[in-house]
Write a protein that binds this ligand. Structure first.
Ligand code: PXG
Length: 475
């Protein structure tokens, strides 16, 4: 291979090998990691004692660790590697774009081909009415952006008093201060003496855990109507927006009852409240539709995107803005928001190539018609006889498995989080990545997973859940 840096003074030839790091032993890597790296959402004291698993390479739906173990990735990284690992076309596009135009901003009357092509393509794959897109680097920044757009919108249409944003307990909208304030994770709020104001939370549509003796449909309506009650309490003239994930991801793959979203939409329209869908996990094919709200059948005003937008090959987030909101925004004068890397050319080029794989490769159609139904059916069949598994929720290639003490009464464990971790430890030892959120186990593999890989993943999940049930004396 020719060295692209050959004739450039000042750049050491080894820079072309920047991706190739010295081979160290696992112990050396772990010691250096413990010495210098603070991990997200981790108890560093105990992690440093145990040592992190060092992931060194990946291909398709598999990861390899520094000990040579081959691991099936049931979480697509962190819900993001939709097209699977090892996609040469994405690497090549990034490489070419870095040589052509590695960076330029879009702040001061400039633009560039990658961000133009990405916006055109997103307008093609997004639902009708979404023709405008704003870019950032993550889902959290996407939701910060949604807040800014919502406030700008109401100010532009002459209703600046509409300031409150309503979201849900156990919703996840990111970890910036605005993302975490919008989110309903109590343990995150506790760490934040200063939160964004004018955000209020209502209860989540978690029927298994909170539905008591209501039918799932009754419960879905009841939880949606909490939105109406909250709007009336605050005064509709003061409420700007409702934001929610079409299904809650980090909160445990909680699928709302079928009655929930239509009622939320009815209420938002009745009181003139913007409806904001956080599609960071649900977007780009997870449910077999391009966006998860299409599965649930509602029409939001904004779409927050990240993760599957680039399949995690580059960091990028975006907000899709529907016509009504975009028109107001465009005619409102300066929009005082932006990030150095808004519309980053390399990320945008990778996003274009990634979306083309999803579209032209028929990946999403395959999830809808072939692998999604196969996965859902296999998982339900495999776990039907395990009394520890109270429900399997999900569609397409995402599933949440509820751990329960008693399936018939939907009784949850008092120490549910511990049992989830016990099961996750078995997964870890069995070279399966399956996440535990409290007492729900989660799967969300790359969208390119094949039927035989699904068999392997489901087989391992069954083994680990059966083993956990045996340890509890339930099987
Ligand atoms: N919205 C949703 C719905 C998300 O799932 C974000 C926003 C924030 O995106 P960024 O790119 O800022 O992380 C997310 C992120 C987990 C887990 O434990 C989930 C996420 C992030 C980290 C951990 O399941 N989702």
């Amino acid at each position: 291979m020719t060295n692209i840096f050959e004739n450039r003074p000042g750049i050491h030839a080894e820079a072309s090998n920047a991706g190739n790091f010295a081979r160290r032993t696992t112990q050396e890597w772990q010691a250096l990691d413990a010495a210098h790296h603070i991990h997200p959402f981790s108890d560093m004291g105990s992690l440093n004692k145990a040592g992190s698993r060092v992931i060194t390479k990946a291909e398709g739906v598999y990861l390899w660790d520094s000990e040579g173990n081959k691991i099936i990735d049931g979480m697509a990284g962190l819900w993001c590697v939709n097209v699977g690992y090892g996609r040469k076309e994405l690497a090549e596009v990034a490489y070419k774009q870095m040589l052509e135009l590695p960076y330029y901003n879009t702040f001061f009357k400039t633009t560039h081909p990658p961000v133009i092509e990405l916006s055109k393509l997103l307008a093609e794959v997004a639902p009708e009415g979404f023709e405008h897109f704003f870019y950032c680097n993550s889902g959290s920044e996407g939701n910060d952006t949604v807040l800014r757009i919502v406030h700008q919108y109401w100010s532009a249409v002459g209703k600046p008093a509409k300031k409150y944003v309503i979201s849900r307990k156990n919703g996840y909208h990111g970890s910036t201060i605005a993302g975490a304030s919008l989110g309903g994770m109590g343990y995150m709020h506790e760490q934040m003496p200063s939160q964004v104001t004018n955000i209020v939370h209502i209860n989540q549509p978690y029927w298994f855990g909170e539905g008591e003796d209501m039918s799932s449909d009754e419960f879905g309506l009841k939880r949606a109507q909490e939105l109406e009650a909250k709007i009336l309490e605050l005064g509709a003239e003061n409420v700007a927006a409702f934001i929610g994930e079409p299904f809650q991801g980090a909160g445990g793959v909680i699928f709302p009852p079928a009655t929930y979203w239509p009622e939320i939409q009815r209420i938002c329209r009745k009181y003139d409240i913007l409806l904001c869908a956080d599609e960071v996990i649900g977007g780009f094919g997870r449910t077999g539709e391009w966006f998860a709200h299409q599965h649930f059948g509602f029409e939001p005003d904004t779409l927050t995107m990240a993760k599957g937008l680039t399949s995690g090959y580059m960091p990028m987030g975006a907000v899709g803005i529907n016509k009504k909101v975009a028109e107001a925004l465009i005619n409102a004068g300066d929009f005082n928001h932006g990030l150095t890397y808004s519309g980053h050319p390399v990320a945008a080029a990778v996003a274009v190539a990634n979306i083309k794989i999803l579209r032209e490769g028929g990946v999403i159609d395959n999830v809808k018609n072939v692998t999604g139904p196969y996965f859902q059916q296999s998982l339900r069949e495999a776990l039907a006889d395990n009394p520890l598994v109270g429900e399997v929720a999900g569609v397409g290639l995402v599933a949440g498995m509820q751990l329960t003490q008693d399936k018939a009464t939907r009784k949850r464990f008092a120490n549910g989080g511990e049992i989830g971790l016990q099961c996750r430890d078995h997964c870890f030892a069995s070279n399966l990545i399956m996440r535990a959120t409290g007492d729900r186990m989660l799967l969300s593999p790359p969208l390119v997973i094949t039927k035989s890989e699904i068999d392997e993943m489901v087989g391992k999940a069954k083994y680990c859940l059966d083993l956990t049930a045996k340890e509890l004396g339930m099987l």
